[in-house]
Design a protein around this ligand. Sequence first.
Ligand code: OAD
Length: 253
Amino acid sequence: MFDSTLLEALRNARHLVVFTGAGVSAESGIPTFRDRLTGLWERFDAASLATAEAFRADPALVWGWYQWRRSIVHRAQPNPAHRAIAALANKVPRLTLITQNVDDLHERAGSHDVTHLHGQLERPRCFKCQREPDAPLPVPDESEAGRRVQPPTCLHCGGPLRPGVVWFGESLPVNAISHAFQAAEDCDLLISVGTSGVVYPAAEVPQVAWRAGATILHINPAPGPLHGERDFALASAAGNALPALLNSAFAEH
Ligand code: OAD
């Protein structure tokens, strides 16, 4: 079922980078951004929910929307794709996991040292002084999710807490993106899972790996065009493709 060159590339990988987007969590019931009908940015206006200006204008609206997203993630469970990625770490000498996702399903599936390029829902910080609260946020109450909710205030300066995610117009965490580019330069295989690849600079990560000579595998039910013999695609849902790939590459080895 899988191309033998691809299976060899996986078996022989010295450094594997797995680069994930919203599609890896879709089968856990977490909406993606750009899938028609179900994507968040098909249903909600990003400019009034995911920018610093929006938060300044209406903090309760923005906080409530992110509480709704937190409540979905809290109810969700990692799926076979997250688990297969965690299992892959034990099959190759080195695996770097880079995600654009703000959920914690990779961690809950057993992956360690996950690089979150776009921040994390569970890492809010003060909008004014940038400090993170000492205690984790309570799990959102179903009744407050999706309603206007005033954000909690910072115990140090009294400013409002903001979601710990990267909003449009903001820079990515410097350490995270430089770590991602270094790993992409160094890897011999990069598996891109469930991303539309349209948001920069994150979308450059596979491109950097490609230019550095790595083999690339895209796992996406709607893959884009391929660019050469080092470029592979599995047009399938991640929860099917990744466990099957892991099995084929390593079952008898
Ligand atoms: P998108 O919603 O843009 O793309 C999700 C991709 O996942 C699409 O290409 C789908 O075809 C694919 N997909 C859907 N179901 C899948 C499945 N079961 N298995 C595999 N793939 C599947 O999400 P991202 O590419 O992650 O940024 O979006 C990138 C960034 O845009 C996000 O991190 C977010 C958003 O604005 C910030 O919040 C800064």
